[in-house]
Ligand binder design. Structure first.
Ligand code: MN
Length: 321
């Protein structure tokens, strides 16, 4: 950890004071978290030392898992508020259902983006039948105050813009990269891009110096600004960069995540991003009462119960602990 000092600061934070303004190379290790009965994920955000990268507030990497004889992903209906979820696959497929009535099968390098706004609920499962391997990332984007109460909606984009260079295919997931812009809805200046690198590739990616960035490794042996980043790890890069050197020692799959530093303090609890303890208590009550978050139709099983609120008051937090 390169930021032990910051861990001593209180959890109330946010704003520019916590952003690393200059380029840094801060390797974030994953925490292993069980998801449902048969899936384990590697959680990169929130991390012990770092909470957000731009508006990206949550990053899970999972697989590749051999689910040929397994149910695969089985995440029962659960609620969200104050955020967008991004489903991103390298292998396999995920069947998404939500309370707006959306039903979609997300496949590799297609964008499934759900904007919760004030309230939504959804389920995610491996369809039956499904492919042998499941490999992907689940990411959340925090909504800013002025948009966090909008109507919920879901979009599925199967043909995203691509940027290519010798040995590199970059798929623009959200925002813009090198002049190509994703059709996905954004509410803060942000970028997400999938980077497929061929063995031996050396390339420099154009960046926005006003954004902070991180790179998640999903597969292969890649060096990001000279640092080897193993699959399931993420390198935080700070701000102030106009380009990023990448080198692939094998075929490699990366995700570039970046954005303008998120100025607001937020509270993340369970599947909600809020601004106060009262909001979370209300959301919990509404979900357990079956109100406000709607109903997911067609999932074979009961919805998830919300966890108890912690005994100690929740505090707003932002970029780092
Ligand atoms: Mn979810």
């Amino acid at each position: 950890m390169s930021n032990l000092d910051r861990q001593a600061t209180p959890s109330v934070c946010g704003g520019r004071g916590f952003v690393v303004a200059e380029p840094v190379r801060e390797l974030l290790s994953p925490r292993r978290v069980p998801l449902g009965e048969s899936t384990e994920v590697r959680r990169l955000l929130p991390n012990l030392g770092r909470r957000m990268v731009g508006a990206w507030a949550f990053v899970d990497h999972y697989g590749p898992d051999d689910i040929a004889d397994e149910p695969g992903m089985q995440v029962p209906p659960h609620p969200h508020m104050g955020l967008q979820t991004v489903s991103w696959l390298h292998e396999g497929e995920v069947l998404h259902r939500d309370s707006t009535g959306a039903l979609a099968t997300i496949r590799p390098r297609e964008l499934g983006i759900m904007t919760s706004g004030r309230a939504i609920s959804h389920s995610e499962e491996s369809p039956k039948p499904h492919g042998r391997f499941l490999h992907g990332a689940q990411l959340w984007v925090a909504l800013p105050a002025e948009h966090r109460h909008i109507d919920p909606h879901f979009q599925h984009h199967t043909d995203l813009p691509r940027v290519t260079a010798p040995g590199l295919t970059a798929t623009v997931v959200l925002g813009s990269l090198d002049g190509a812009t994703s059709p996905g809805p954004t509410y803060t200046p942000i970028v997400g891009a999938d980077l497929a690198l061929a063995h031996g590739t050396e390339v420099r990616l154009p960046l926005d110096p006003d954004f902070e960035y991180a790179v998640l490794s999903m597969s292969g042996e890649a060096h990001v600004d000279g640092v080897p980043v193993l699959p399931g790890s993420m390198l935080y890069l700070g701000c102030g960069r106009s380009e990023l050197p990448l080198r692939a020692a094998s075929d490699a799959g990366l995700m570039l995540l970046g954005g303008e530093p998120f100025e607001e303090e937020i509270i993340m609890f369970w599947n909600w991003i809020c601004r106060s303890q009262e909001e979370i208590a209300q959301a919990r009550e509404d979900w357990m009462n079956g109100s406000r978050f709607g109903e997911v139709k067609g999932y074979d099983g009961p919805p998830l119960a919300a966890p108890e609120l912690p005994a100690t008051p929740l505090k707003a937090r932002g970029r780092v602990r």
